[in-house]
Ligand binder design. Structure first.
Ligand code: NI
Length: 184
């Protein structure tokens, strides 16, 4: 089921999300709905707060951008489900790259992030994984991880850039936005 995407300005995006247990009701359906919602909106990553649930669940599907990044071609799967993820280590150089977000349609800004991170998470079967990821995949994970910590990518841009997009953010808060997917 396609869910409405929570847009910037909704306080749910500012909450620190809670860990989920195996007994979380309808977790499988939530994960399926998150994938469907994300793909419908042409996204490559989505965190549960973006569909209004303050729990630590992230879905990723890099298929649309796989050919653009060698580190994505090397991955044996296009999709990932990250439950209760923890970033154990940041390393590598700081890389600046343009990002966008389904919760901030039509806004793209350069964000600085570490190139490599070591993460620990549970998959959809509650199997624990510890993985070191780099490049674009590491960027997606860091962006989505921010969401479950109550942050959005525009929190990480310079004060000058933030000033320059201020009117866009205000329009977004007023839901004065041209957005092709359902939102709330
Ligand atoms: Ni986002």
């Amino acid at each position: 089921m396609i869910l409405p995407v929570v847009l910037y300005g909704n306080p749910v995006l500012r909450e620190v999300a809670k860990p989920v247990g195996k007994d979380y009701p309808k977790l499988k359906e939530l994960i399926e709905d998150m994938f469907e919602t994300m793909r419908n909106a042409d996204g490559i990553g989505l965190a549960a707060p973006q569909v209004g649930l303050t729990v630590r669940v992230i879905v990723i599907d890099v298929s649309p951008v796989k050919e653009d990044y060698s580190e994505l071609k090397d991955r044996n799967t296009n999709t990932a489900v990250l439950i209760n993820p923890i970033i154990l280590e940041h390393s590598g150089e700081i890389v600046q790259k343009e990002e966008g977000c389904l919760s901030l349609p039509k806004i793209n800004e350069k964000v600085s992030r570490h190139n490599t991170i070591k993460i620990k998470y549970l998959d959809e079967n509650f199997v624990e994984h510890i993985e070191t990821v780099s490049g674009f995949f590491a960027r997606i994970v860091q962006h989505e991880y921010d969401h479950i910590e109550g942050l959005v990518f525009t929190d990480r841009i310079s004060p000058l850039r933030k000033q320059l997009i201020k009117s866009k953010l205000i329009d977004l808060t007023k839901r004065n936005v041209d957005c092709k997917y359902k939102f709330k």
